[in-house]
Write a protein that binds this ligand. Sequence first.
Ligand code: IMP
Length: 178
Amino acid sequence: MGADLERVLITEDEIHAKLAELAEEIAAEYAGKDVLLVGVLKGAVMVMADLMRALPMTVPVDWMAVSSYGSGTKSSGVVRILKDLDADISGKHVLIVEDIVDSGLTLSWIRANLESRNPASVEIVTLLRKPEAAKVEVDVRWVGFDIPNEFVVGYGLDYAEQYRGLRQVGTLAPHVYS
Ligand code: IMP
């Protein structure tokens, strides 16, 4: 599966080192607070799994799944909830755990949706961000890596549901698309 990659942008070691740094900052921020990690399926599974294990404290985790209506691979910002959170988040400090912020449309919708449920706070941590692709400003508290505006796969991110299991993040070779 790694042979389908054209270029590795971020290695497994770099990802783990960055998540360890982020976990330290996140642990300091939420010390003594009632925090809930919210992952967005399916891309965030790897970040969630590694981030929660990097945290020095035990934290509850919940998941949302959304579908974003758009043309092809472009997100439109019109979002439908496919799977909602299991629990009520009122009064809780919510930390949304994301794999990538691209246009920001999906995440800004999710954030507004969660904020309407009276949580104590809502913050976002994302492993990757494409600053050049931003269509809306989303206030992301913790960013692992800013990357160029290219389609990437691996570490949870897919192309046609494939490549999520790659341990690194990279771009696909042209032969995969043809
Ligand atoms: P946004 O609404 O444009 O920010 O879309 C975010 C979602 O699109 C992410 O959660 C990913 O599921 C998907 N996405 C955006 N860029 C990529 C990419 O480069 N590779 C794989 N999936 C991506």
